[in-house]
Every structure is written in C-alpha cells, then in structure tokens.
Design a protein around this ligand. Structure first.
Ligand code: PGA
Ligand code: ZN
Length: 410
C-alpha cells in the first residue's frame, strides 16, 4: 500500500483575481496530486466556512494564508503521521481534526484542497484516470453541459437580477455535439447582442452581461440565438439559476437591481408563466434557502414539468437533503464540493440523491481555476448534468475540455 509523503499548501489566485487555496500531495511511491479550491460569490448560509485572513492590508482581507498555514503545520504532520491511504479515512480524519460543525477551525478551503489533491494522488498511485479511480467500472456516461451564456445577479455589474441563464442541449446526442451546440449558440447570442447595440462584456462565469429591460428580454434573446444557430427548442432548452437566497428581505424578496419587491407566491406564479412562454427546463434556487413554504408551492406547481434544483437550499449537505426529502421539495440537487468541504461527504450527497430520485448537477463556483476535478467527478458518478459556465474562458473550458478527452477514452 502506498502512503502519503508530503502535503503542501499554496496561496494562489482564482478567476476573479482573489486568493484561493492550492494543495499538493505526493506519495512514497512518487504519485502526485494537485488541487485548486474554488470560491463562490452568492454563497448560501448553510455552506461550510471558507477561512479568509481578514487582514485588510492584503487582498482586501481575502488572503488565505491562515488556511494554507493550517495545511502545512496542522493537517500535513497529523495526516502523514497517521499513515492514511484511503479517501474516507482521510476525510473523516480531517473532519475530526477540525472538530467544528462547519469546518471553520481549519477552513473548508484548507480541508477540501487536501481532500481533492489526495484523491488525485491516489488515482495516480493506482495508475488510473481520475474518473475511473473515483467511479470504477461503473463510470460510463458523460453529463449534459449546462452552459451559462448570460450572466446577472451577483456575477455581473449589469441590471439583471437573475444570476444565470444557461443553455442545455438535452435533445442532442453526445457530449462533443452538445458542446458544439453550446459554442455556436454562444456566438449566435454574441452577434445578436451586437446587432442590438447591447454590449457589456462578460460576467464572472464567461456569459455575456448586457443591460436589458429585464429577465424576459434575456429569455427572448437566448430563445432566438438558439434558433439562429440552427437548433430547435426541443434540442436545446434554457435553465435559470435565480439564486433567490440573494433576494431575501424580511419575509419577502427584494430584487436588488430592479428594486421591486415580490412574495414567494408571486415568484412561483412568475416562473409558471415563464415555463409556458419559453423553453425553460430547469430552475435553480427559485426561492430562498429557508423558504420551505415557497419551495413546497414551487415543487407542487412545477416539479412534474421541469427540474427544480436546490443549490443554497441543500448546500451539498446530507442533512439538508434529508430534510428536503422529508418535506418533498425540489427534485434535483446541485453539487459543489466546497459547500461541504470533503470529497467523501460530496459523494454521500450524490448517493442520497440517487436513492431518492434527485438528479445531481455537478457544479463549479463563480470563482474558479484551471482545476478540472469536477469533470472527472461528473463521469465517475454518472451525473446527468454538469454546470461549468460559458463555453469560453479557460477557467470554464478546462472542465469541458477534460470531458471531451474523457469522451474519447470511454
Ligand atoms: P456561486 O454561484 O459560486 O457564486 O455561488 C454559482 C451558483 O449559484 O450556482
Ligand atoms: Zn446556484
């Protein structure tokens, strides 16, 4: 059995130019793994804690030297001394070494860096591609990409309150053809925006970020871009990440950019209208993370028709998902490793989702890097979907490109 020889943490930068944790793990037999931890902007309140230095003199307080130091001086000696070489053993060791409910002591960013780098080193040690090591012989399908081609909310400085407008080529066969459709529609939308004089650069996830009259105009433009690129709405649908937890204000919702106030009942009615008028096949976080009545209404009205995805709602946490199952809310679960902080706990959420019929969407964060771990993870667990932003910008395409390579291998 191979053993860990070295664990080293780094302070690196993410796609937004903010510091993030990198981690290197090597084994006695010379296998190596390297991971870079992502970071969210619209983070939910039930997520594991990301440790930041809060030293205003560096990176506006966003430095991660404390987390890196925890890897180098606390985690590394304890794990190496423990002679650990299994993922579950490592992850439960890290959870107990931290000892807190939300990994705030060592930092979920420090813990996740070690957890992922270790998985990569283990795959290398067994001489297996990462997806094969993680999923065994049962890893055989590629996810459908959900590509975010128009950005708003906390991810862009434009006037749109909905955070993500994604295209989903669900009616096209094969990952490479799905991605091609995504690229062609992305360019078709870019051209359409230019024709209308709607410039505005791109948002954090690589999608265009124009100022528009509202969400409906965004849906009109994307619907048209799909057709103009030569695809039908049966081949390519639209997914929204509303990220409504960002709008919660007292007992209602304040759409910060429009300045309008809505109840959750009004939001659900609005979504029902949108799914009638446009090819919307998925809505994520349509209401807030703790608005269970809103979630119940949303699920009762739309769960037979479209995917209702819990992101902030479930926070990649089995306890939250269990609660969702009991309350019969949502029908899909967004999976973000850094919401919970270890690979093993992430896999548990996916397993629980499978058991109760919740579809998994393996997801990036808005602050990303060249690390393509989620691509391998999505294949390992045969996830039906992956969301990794626009089919543009290297932090996003690293994952899609990795999937193109895996597609050829399997
Ligand atoms: P975040 O956005 O990484 O900023 O949380 C992604 C999402 O909400 O799905
Ligand atoms: Zn989300």
């Amino acid at each position: 059995m191979d053993k860990i020889k070295e664990i080293r943490g780094y302070e690196l930068i993410d796609s937004r130019g903010n510091p993030t944790v990198g981690c290197f793990v090597s084994t006695v037999r010379g296998a190596k793994g390297f991971a870079i931890v992502p970071s969210g902007a619209s983070t939910g309140i039930h997520e594991a804690a990301e440790l930041r230095d809060n030293d205003k003199k560096r990176f506006m307080g966003k430095g991660v030297k404390k987390a890196v130091n925890n890897i180098n001086t606390v985690i590394a000696p304890a794990v190496i001394e423990g002679g650990i070489f299994s993922q579950r053993e490592l992850d439960s060791f890290l959870i107990s070494l931290d000892g807190s409910e939300n990994k705030e002591k060592l930092g979920a960013n420090a813990i996740l860096g070690v957890s992922i780098a270790f998985a990569k080193a283990a795959a290398a040690s067994f001489n297996l591609p990462l997806y094969r090591y993680l999923g065994g012989i049962n890893a055989y399908t590629l996810p459908v990409p959900m590509m975010n081609i128009l950005n708003g909310g906390a991810h862009a400085k434009n006037n749109l309150d909905v955070q993500e407008f994604m295209i989903v080529p669900k009616g096209i066969n094969g990952f490479s053809e799905q991605l091609r459709a995504g690229c062609e529609i992305y360019h078709s939308l870019g051209k359409l925006l230019k024709e209308k004089g709607l410039q505005g650069g791109v948002g954090d996830e690589g999608g265009f970020a124009p100022d528009l009259y509202g969400d409906e105009e965004a849906l009109e433009l994307i619907s048209e871009a799909i057709l103009r690129a030569g695809y039908s709405h049966n081949q390519v649908g639209i997914a929204l990440d509303v990220a409504a937890s960002e709008w919660v204000k007292d007992s209602a919702y304040l759409l910060p950019k429009k300045g309008s106030v809505m109840t959750s009942d009004a939001l659900v009615d609005y979504y029902m209208e949108l799914t009638e008028k446009y090819p919307v096949l998925s809505i994520e976080d349509g209401v807030g993370e703790d608005d269970f009545d809103g979630w119940k209404k949303l699920t009762a009205c739309l769960s037979k028709k479209i995917n209702l995805v819990g992101d902030d709602l479930f926070a990649t946490n089995v306890k939250r998902l269990e609660m969702g199952v009991e309350k019969c809310i949502a029908n899909s679960v967004l999976v973000k490793l850094n919401q919970i902080g270890t690979l093993s706990e992430t896999l548990e959420v996916i397993e629980m989702g499978k058991k109760y019929g919740y579809k998994s969407i393996i997801s990036h964060r808005s602050g990303e890097s060249e690390d393509s771990f989620i691509a391998d993870l999505s294949v390992a667990v045969n996830a039906p979907f992956i969301k990794s932003g626009a089919p543009a910008r290297s932090d996003r395409t690293a994952k899609y490109n990795r999937l193109l390579i895996i597609e050829k291998e399997i």
